[in-house]
Design a protein around this ligand. Structure first.
Ligand SMILES: [Zn+2]
Length: 395
């Protein structure tokens, strides 16, 4: 005996429970605990899906429902597809697995959309992004969801010098969606020994412009914003407002304190790095979770005590190592995975090829993040002696 598709569907729909889009909308509005599951294929979901729905194509539903949605057989589950047929068949199969409270939404996503209810878009990566980020997506700690977080990441690099260059390259390659570069310098021939964003033909160009061209060539899918200016108390809040994480690749005192204070006062994490000759270090300052720069160095040294303001030498490969420690920490912060360098600093000695870690503590007397802060406004410290500019200082 055989049955037609339509006979099968009408039989299945008698056996399972169905709900209308209106009922689902009301229940969700009332805060009911419903597990919404979208069983359509990838290309269908690209046009939109209901907020909060788990996206599991019909062919993977029985295999993934326990891990992606719930093991609880009494949980309330509402399945939907495009028009309400595939979700009905899917409901029958979940019932077979012992799920007791499964419903299929009549009319599917089309019905939901036609009723004028809200939905979300951009829930899935495009085919192009699936290819580009395949080696990320295959990692369980990243996956498609983690890649989406990276694509929504907004990171400001202070300084497009020795540290900023490798950090920017790898963040762009990793798909960090919005990268800002602040630097007031032009490319100099002596930069090319280590500032790997630039080439011979960039000499004389503003670093931020040359950097943007290179980063967009590497990954045209991201947004690269340029800030061709020095950071001061007048512009830093405006510049920082567009970003969630600050990467400090500068090593002059005025900018370092300015970035620290602005980050503490706005609650934004700073991924810090510095280099000198053959040594480097990196740490992460997260307001409320660990110390800030002023916890360690409450005030800048008086101008007379700054050892030497002449440009020091730096081994060309050194900023690559430290810049990539910073890039790694940024990626972890965006993904919310791993243990960031909060409350500890990683020291690197290139000559001995040794890494060392020191603990850092928040100081309750800290002038900016302490219990009774005295620094409540931004301070423009003087550029004492001929300190190199933001990017130069970091090599
Ligand atoms: Zn502090």
């Amino acid at each position: 005996m055989s049955v037609t598709s339509s006979q099968l569907l009408s039989k299945v729909k008698q056996d399972i429970a169905e709900v209308t889009a209106e009922q689902v909308q009301k229940q969700l509005g009332a805060g009911a605990e419903i597990h919404l599951v979208d069983v359509r294929e990838r290309d269908e979901v690209m046009d939109g899906y209901i907020s909060g729905a788990a996206l599991i194509p019909r062919g993977f539903l029985e295999l993934n429902i326990e891990e992606d949605v719930t093991m609880d057989r009494s949980a309330e589950i509402v399945l939907y597809c495009a028009g309400g047929n595939r979700s009905a068949l899917a409901a029958r199969d979940l019932a077979f697995m012992g799920y007791e409270n499964v419903k299929s939404m009549i009319g599917g996503f089309k019905g939901w959309k036609d009723a004028g209810y809200q939905f979300e878009q951009g829930g899935l990566l495009s085919e192009d992004d699936m290819q580009r980020y395949a080696r990320h997506i295959i990692l369980p700690e990243v996956g498609e969801g983690g890649q989406q977080k990276l694509l929504k990441g907004r990171v400001l690099l202070v300084g497009a010098g020795g540290l900023g260059c490798p950090t920017a390259l790898y963040l762009a390659a990793a798909g960090v969606g919005q990268i800002g570069l602040v630097d007031a310098d032009v490319v100099d021939k002596s930069n090319l020994q280590r500032q790997v964003l630039f080439g011979e033909s960039d000499v004389g160009r503003p670093k931020v412009e040359a950097a943007r061209d290179r980063l967009l060539d590497l990954n045209p899918g991201i947004d690269v914003r340029t800030h061709y200016e020095l950071l001061t108390s007048h512009n830093i809040y405006d510049v920082m407002a567009e970003y969630d994480i600050i990467v400090n690749g500068c090593d002059n005192f005025p900018t370092r304190y300015l970035v620290n204070d602005a980050a503490v006062l706005t609650g934004k994490p700073v991924v810090d790095g510095s280099i000198f000759r053959f040594e480097g270090q990196a740490t992460v300052y997260v307001p409320g979770e660990g110390p800030c720069y002023r916890c360690l160095y409450p005030e800048p040294p008086p101008p007379g005590e700054v050892p030497s303001c002449a440009e020091g030498g730096v081994l060309g490969v050194l900023p690559g190592t430290v810049g990539l420690m910073q890039a790694t920490e940024v990626v972890k912060l965006i993904l919310g995975e791993g243990k960031p360098l909060i409350g500890r600093v990683l020291l690197y000695d290139a000559m001995d090829m040794k890494f060392r870690e020191l603990k850092l503590r928040r100081d309750s007397e800290c002038p900016v993040c302490g219990d009774n802060p005295t620094v409540t406004e931004l301070i423009d410290y003087q550029q004492f002696c001929g300190l190199p500019s933001q990017s130069e200082a970091a090599g």
